[in-house]
Write a protein that binds this ligand. Sequence first.
Ligand SMILES: Nc1ncnc2c1ncn2[C@@H]1O[C@H](COP(=O)(O)OP(=O)(O)OP(=O)(O)O)[C@@H](O)[C@H]1O
Ligand SMILES: [Mg+2]
Length: 231
Amino acid sequence: MLSVQDIHSYYGDSHVLHGVSLTVAKGELVAILGRNGMGKTTLIRALIGFTPPREGRVVFKDRDVTSLPPFRAVEMGMGLVPQGRRIFPSLSVLENLKVAGNAKARWNLDRVFSLFPRLAARKAHAGDNLSGGEQQMLAIGRALMTNPDLLLLDEPTEGLAPMVVREVAKTLEGLRREGLSILLVEQSVPFATRIADRVHVLSRGRIVHSCSAAELLANEEVKSRHLGLGS
Ligand SMILES: Nc1ncnc2c1ncn2[C@@H]1O[C@H](COP(=O)(O)OP(=O)(O)OP(=O)(O)O)[C@@H](O)[C@H]1O
Ligand SMILES: [Mg+2]
């Protein structure tokens, strides 16, 4: 589905990603774990085309998409759930979903509302009138309305209560069971290891460790050295 090959990203002269490579197969859920400022959002921006990498390649569904603009990447089937949700605050729930939608599509309002009944009950509420958890559901729903084959999520659990985090985990597990491919960037090790097949640890723009979720949980050295956990 996705193959990222040795990408380097910059902001001006500042070299942020130093040769990142990874793959996501169809129906796979891959997580990138890293602390603040390690380059997680920059990686997502590189994949979808907001900040195209200066070196390396991004191959999506067997096509080189490295220099495609974001709207083309979305048309091709990348869906983005951005960091901080980025709900349109003055638009209603319904309007937030409609801006992303397409009437003939696989995902439509009915399907999003049956996935998230709480959003259905708040259809007419403005975006800034929702709880953090509801906003996260809306951000996921909005991305689904673009009919993605690959969902990119940037720290979807940031600022959410543990109960809501469990709900987000269940939602992503359900989507993955339906065959969606998912790339998640996260700081939360418990969340990412609960749902991911494989994890990569990102530190200062480099992948420094790759393993299964279970292996990461057992690896105290990597967790304390790169993820600020444990002793
Ligand atoms: N627009 C920008 N211009 C210049 N430097 C930037 C810009 N955005 C991010 N950076 C720098 O790039 C590095 C990686 O930032 P990035 O936002 O990708 O980290 P992150 O892992 O997403 O962090 P967080 O967990 O806080 O969201 C940081 O050193 C950051 O200061
Ligand atoms: Mg970030």
